[in-house]
Design a protein around this ligand. Structure first.
Ligand SMILES: [Zn+2]
Length: 232
């Protein structure tokens, strides 16, 4: 895209930097929150994998497999393959944080099983959002090169907004998964454990809010730079 050197003569680059800082702060916060509550062993003594298997079973979901993947906080649920992947730090840990993260991913499996509408919408938008993010900037650049071709530039900005739409639809999906997780886990957690799990899941949700804000700021920058009609 553009290098930070552009900030010197493009004041709107400031918006990109705000977005970067927000994303980094959110990611730092989720990591430190996870590390903090990874120290607290859940009283039930179950691992993330145990918790996931238990929740899936309790929810009557029999077609989802639980597996392990490498990486840190790479936990995810894949609706296409019906695989719930837990990172090693979640899968084998008996901490409050690990159980919370595992339960959150189960929340996605429950959304899938119950045809939760925002999740369906999110899945439907994925290809559009991918096209949008890969084509928008090239189109805008070509538009600028072709003496500010407004049609190309506007299509480029419109395509970029698809990426934002995807991130906005992601928000209810993520918040709802955590809400489901807390509800299901509530019975198995102690009074002290519930707020800990809530903090971990809220921190994780904030990374999605930061990502959406960052994309919004980038879109705003594109509109400020190229959105207006130019005479030249
Ligand atoms: Zn999630």
């Amino acid at each position: 895209m553009t290098s930070p050197i552009f900030a010197l003569f493009d004041p709107t680059y400031f918006l990109v930097i705000i977005g970067l800082v927000l994303s980094m702060a959110a990611s730092g916060y989720v990591n430190s929150t996870f590390r903090k509550y990874d120290q607290y062993r859940s009283r039930s003594g179950v691992t993330g994998t145990d918790a996931a298997n238990y929740i899936l079973q309790q929810s009557g979901i029999t077609d989802v497999g639980v597996t392990q993947i490498s990486g840190n906080l790479t936990d995810n649920y894949n609706g296409q393959t019906k695989v719930l992947s837990l990172s090693q730090s979640t899968a084998n840990s008996t901490s409050v944080a690990a159980v919370g993260v595992a339960a959150h991913e189960c929340g996605h499996a429950v959304q899938d099983a119950t045809n939760y509408a925002p999740m369906r919408l999110r899945t439907a938008i994925v290809p559009l959002a991918n096209i949008g993010s890969s084509l928008s900037l090239p189109l805008i650049i070509i538009g600028v090169v072709l003496s500010f071709n407004q049609t190309l530039i506007h299509i480029g900005i419109l395509l970029f907004s698809l990426a934002l739409l995807f991130q906005l639809v992601t928000l209810p999906v993520e918040f709802n998964a955590s809400h489901r997780a807390l509800k299901i886990l509530g019975e198995g957690l102690t009074q002290e454990e519930v707020p800990m799990v809530r903090k971990v899941l809220t921190a994780a949700a904030l990374t999605y809010v930061a990502a959406a804000l960052s994309t919004f700021l980038q879109l705003l920058r594109l509109v400020l730079l190229f959105g207006g009609n130019r005479d030249n």
